[in-house]
Design a protein around this ligand. Structure first.
Ligand SMILES: NC(=O)c1ccc[n+]([C@@H]2O[C@H](COP(=O)([O-])OP(=O)(O)OC[C@H]3O[C@@H](n4cnc5c(N)ncnc54)[C@H](O)[C@@H]3O)[C@@H](O)[C@H]2O)c1
Length: 353
C-alpha cells in the first residue's frame, strides 16, 4: 500500500491516498475511546466494506439523500450516539457524501458539547469541496444548511477508490466544483478539467488534489467567510436559485447541474460588466453545455429564481451578492447585479440550447 499524501489545512490534515492504512495509523496515534462509523444506505453497501474492521463499536445507518439532512434524522443520530454510550473522546467516522459529512459533523460537534470526528468523503463533490473548510449543518425551515456551525474535523481522508461505485450523474455533479475551482483560481485546472474527456475513465488522483488545493488555499485565508472565501460562491447564486425552484418541479436538477447553469449565467454577467472577454464567455458556455446538456428554464420561473436568490446567507439587506470572473482563474467577490441583468443572463443560458 502506498503512503498517503498529507495536505495541511488550518489545524488538521487531509490525507490523500489509501484511506484504510491512513485511518489505521491515525487511530494508532490518537487512540479514541470508541469508534463508530456513520453511513447512508448507499455508502453502507459500497464504501463500508473498505474500512469495515475499523468500525469496532458500531455503525449508524441513515437513509440516503438531501431530504434526510434534517432535524429528525440528526436527532436519531444523537439518540444512537447515546445508546452506544460514546463520550467526548470517542470518534465518529463520517463515511459518505456531503450529506453525511455535514450532518455527521454537526451531530458530533454538538453531542456532549463536541465529540471527535473525521471525514471520509466518498463523492467527488465531498472530496473536493464539502469535506474541507469546516462548514457543518442541516437543512431547516425549508432552507439549505440554515442550522449549523463552523468546526473542523480532526482529519479528512480522501481516497478516490470510493469514486469507482459513484453513479455517473453524481460524478458529473461533483465535477462542477472542480470546474469552478479552475475558473475562480487556477487556469491550469480549468484546462485540465476540459481535457478530462469521458468522466467514467478519468484517473482522479491529480485533478482531485489540485482542486483540493484551491479550496484549501481559500479557506486557509478566510475560514469564517468574511471576505475572500466568498469567491467559492461563483455559479452558486443563480445556481442555488435554480436548484431550489427546480427541486419542487417535475424536473429537479442535481446541485452540480444547477451550478453549471449558474456558472454560464454568471459568466454572462461578468462579460456584461466588461470583466471577461466574449471569447472566454463562449468557451465556458460551450464546454458546460457539452458536458451537462441544456435543460431549458421557463421564463415564468425567473422571478421565483430571484426570490430564492434573495434568501442566500451571503446577502446583506436587499442586494444580491455575486462572485464574478475577472478573467479565467481570477474571481472578484461582492459584485452586484440587478433583476433585469439576472433575467438577461438566464435568457443567455437558454439561448445556448
Ligand atoms: N460543508 C460544505 O462546505 C459543503 C460544500 C458543498 C456542499 N455541501 C453539502 O453537500 C451535500 C451534497 O453532497 P453530495 O453531492 O456528496 O451528496 P450526497 O451525500 O447526498 O451523496 C450523493 C449520493 O451518492 C451516494 N453515494 C455517496 N458515495 C457513494 C459511493 N462511493 N458509491 C455509490 N454511491 C455513493 C449517496 O448515498 C447519495 O445517494 C449537500 O447537502 C450540500 O449542502 C457542503
Amino acid at each position: 500500500m502506498t503512503k498517503s499524501k498529507e495536505i495541511p489545512v488550518q489545524d488538521y490534515n487531509i490525507y490523500l491516498g489509501d484511506s484504510q492504512s491512513a485511518i489505521a495509523s491515525f487511530l494508532d496515534r490518537n487512540r479514541p475511546s470508541k469508534i463508530v462509523v456513520l453511513v447512508d444506505d448507499n455508502t453502507s453497501v459500497h464504501c463500508l466494506p473498505i474500512i469495515k474492521e475499523i468500525a469496532t463499536d458500531g455503525v449508524i445507518t441513515i437513509p440516503a439523500g438531501e431530504k434526510f439532512k434534517n432535524l429528525e434524522v440528526a436527532q436519531s443520530i444523537w439518540d444512537q450516539l447515546f445508546t452506544l454510550k460514546l463520550d467526548r473522546n470517542s470518534l465518529l467516522i463520517n463515511l459518505g457524501g456531503g450529506v453525511i459529512g455535514d450532518m455527521g459533523g454537526f451531530c458530533a460537534s454538538t453531542y456532549m458539547r463536541g465529540m471527535r470526528f473525521v471525514q471520509v468523503p466518498t463523492t467527488l463533490l465531498s472530496q473536493v469541496d464539502a469535506s474541507i473548510g469546516g462548514k457543518l449543518g442541516i437543512d431547516y425551515h425549508g432552507l439549505k444548511n440554515s442550522v449549523g456551525l463552523f468546526k473542523n474535523p480532526e482529519a479528512v481522508f480522501v481516497d478516490t477508490v470510493y469514486l469507482d461505485t459513484l453513479p455517473y450523474v453524481e460524478l458529473r455533479s461533483g465535477f462542477a466544483e472542480i470546474i469552478k475551482h479552475g475558473l475562480i483560481a487556477d487556469e491550469d485546472l480549468w484546462k485540465d478539467a476540459q481535457a478530462c474527456g469521458d468522466l467514467k475513465s478519468v484517473s482522479w488522483q491529480k485533478i482531485v488534489e489540485d482542486s483540493i488545493l484551491v479550496k484549501k488555499d481559500v479557506v486557509d485565508s478566510d475560514p469564517f467567510e468574511r471576505g475572500r472565501r466568498k469567491i467559492l460562491n461563483f455559479g452558486h447564486t443563480i445556481g442555488h436559485g435554480v436548484e431550489s425552484v427546480m427541486l419542487e418541479s417535475a424536473h429537479p436538477l442535481l446541485h452540480g447541474e444547477a451550478v453549471a447553469i449558474g456558472m454560464i449565467a454568471e459568466s454572462y454577467i461578468s462579460n456584461q460588466k466588461k470583466m471577461i472577454s466574449d471569447q472566454d464567455l463562449k468557451a465556458i458556455g460551450n464546454y458546460l453545455i457539452g458536458l451537462y446538456g441544456s435543460p431549458s428554464l421557463q421564463e415564468g420561473l425567473y422571478d421565483d429564481f430571484i426570490v430564492k436568490m434573495r434568501h442566500d446567507k451571503k446577502n446583506r439587506g436587499d442586494e444580491i451578492n455575486f462572485t464574478l470572473l475577472e478573467s479565467i482563474g481570477k474571481a472578484r467577490e461582492n459584485c452586484q447585479a440587478d433583476a433585469q441583468l439576472i433575467k438577461e443572463s438566464i435568457n443567455y443560458y437558454n439561448s445556448l440550447s
